[in-house]
Design a protein around this ligand. Structure first.
Ligand code: BES
Ligand code: ZN
Length: 457
């Protein structure tokens, strides 16, 4: 979608030029003191301690969308926004989740004592048949002898879809899968349309003990899945709005977001309690800072279920609002001590107003921030509406991503603070009331050169 020519583009145009993106071969000589002073009103107020404390509070429990953990996080975020003086909306939306019902397995008549997890999408039913171990269940590995049997499969290397299809193709009637080496738990697995056999997951230790048992005796297993099926669940977005100064309203809106949900069983300290804490910190500071721009600070639910909260939020916007949103800044995973440098990702790998602002803010606060191409977070629905949007994240990723080890002790106060400062400086630059006169301001920061970076994730 192309954006209409509206007044705020003039404002932004004066700062950065709407196109082409900044193309200096060499950056102008830095005037660090003056450049720093330009951002002081915002960045001097950012507190590493407060940032860290909020991650602590949020990451005590998992916050999977639709659970009590998410609900409590939402109440906390709402009350924080309100305590800073924001008009705050909690926006519910429903999504389809999977209820695993009750699944059990038994071997040679004795019921398995450990936890059994139903694969997402598994059919209901009970099958009793000989058990056969088929390794990782690659097409070459699965023997014809699995026909009419329950396949015992190790997770890893190829997709769930392929594994299940390979054993179905050879006539298996049920699946027990165990977790891969070095991983805990049993909370994994999906079947897909047409894969109509009961499928369950167990932890690695239990799986290996079945493999062992099969070496000394034949095992007849029973796999039973009851009452599994899709259910409607509710997740929430939290949106805090600050109107601009009445006499200086340019009509433009800037949005700053993070997602408050985590994956199941993960405390999500970095993914994305860190980003939520950054959003709250900037909201706290900007509440007392006059702007000519409406600011909307928001945290999304159900990002981990497919960016559902941000898609929902964008779907509630009127055309007029979409046209007035000049920039969306997304903070996701901004505080890991074990990740690489900050990078800005856009879904199309192109620079935009947000990356221009971010690169230049980075140069003033710490160092120039490079950009790259990636979706995978809540900047995508904004991008799809033609809104300049970017994801602020560190890459390469930390090894704790989406694991129960994504905990507070892996969080770096410095990384939290520096990233929040960079995003804060970028937001303030576009929202400050003196922006139109920026070219004439003595401390106006110059454009910077920044590059495409395809570093690995
Ligand atoms: N924070 C991640 C996105 C991410 C992961 C960005 C790794 C860069 C590197 C996010 O919370 C996430 O996990 N997203 C999902 C998106 C999906 C559910 C649409 C993902 O990437 O699997
Ligand atoms: Zn995330």
């Amino acid at each position: 979608m192309s954006k209409k020519a509206i007044p705020f583009m003039l404002t932004a145009g004066l700062v950065l030029g709407s196109a082409p993106a900044v193309t200096f071969a060499d950056p102008p000589p830095p005037n660090e003191q003056a450049d720093h002073a330009f951002d002081n009103k915002v960045i001097k107020k950012i507190s590493a301690e407060r940032l860290y404390e909020r991650v602590d509070l949020l990451s005590k429990h998992p916050r999977e969308a639709g659970t009590q953990g998410e609900y409590e996080a939402v109440q906390y975020i709402k009350s924080e926004f309100e305590s800073y003086g924001y008009e705050t909306e909690v926006q519910p939306f429903t999504f389809q989740a999977w209820d695993g019902g009750t699944s059990t397995i038994s071997d040679n008549g004795s019921e398995f004592a450990g936890a059994v997890h139903t694969f997402n999408g598994s059919v209901n039913g009970t099958v009793e048949a000989p058990l056969e171990y088929v390794g990782l269940a690659s097409a070459e590995e699965v023997p014809d002898t699995v026909s009419g049997k329950i396949a015992l499969i190790e997770r890893g290397e190829i997709s769930f879809y392929e594994k299940i299809q390979n054993v179905i193709d050879k006539g298996a009637v049920g699946v027990i899968m165990f977790n891969r080496e070095g991983t805990e738990g049993n909370d994994f697995g999906s079947t897909y349309e047409g894969q109509d056999i009961p499928a369950v997951a167990i932890d690695r230790e239990s799986g290996l003990s079945l493999v062992n048992q099969l070496q000394s005796e034949e095992v007849t297993a029973e796999v039973s899945v009851q009452d599994a099926g899709p259910i409607d669940q509710t997740s929430y977005n939290v949106i805090a709005t600050m109107k601009p100064h009445k006499n200086k309203d340019t009509g433009q809106i800037v949005t700053v977001g993070a997602h408050h949900d985590s994956v199941a069983g993960g405390p999500g300290a970095n993914d994305d309690a860190s980003g939520v804490s950054g959003v709250l910190e900037l909201a706290k500071i900007m509440a007392k800072t006059p702007t000519d721009t409406e600011l909307r600070f928001m945290t999304f639910g159900a990002e981990e279920k497919g960016l559902l909260g941000s898609y929902h939020y964008v779907s509630t916007l009127k055309d007029d609002e979409i046209n007035r949103i000049a920039a969306h800044f997304q903070m996701d995973m901004i505080g890991s001590r074990d990740s690489g440098d900050l990078i800005m990702f856009t879904p199309d790998g192109e620079k935009n107003l947000v990356t221009d602002l971010g690169a230049s803010a980075g140069a003033r606060v710490a160092e120039v921030v490079e950009y790259g191409q990636l979706g995978r977070s809540d900047h995508v629905p904004f991008y799809m509406e033609g809104i300049p949007a970017a994801l602020f994240i560190h890459a390469p990723l930390e090894p704790w991503y989406h694991s129960p080890q994504d905990t507070l002790d892996k969080i770096s106060k410095e990384k939290l603070k520096e990233t929040t400062e960079i995003v804060g400086a970028a937001v303030y630059r576009i929202a400050r009331p003196d922006t139109p006169a920026l070219e004439n301001a003595r401390v106006a920061p110059g454009p910077v050169h920044y590059e495409f970076d395809d570093r690995p994730l």
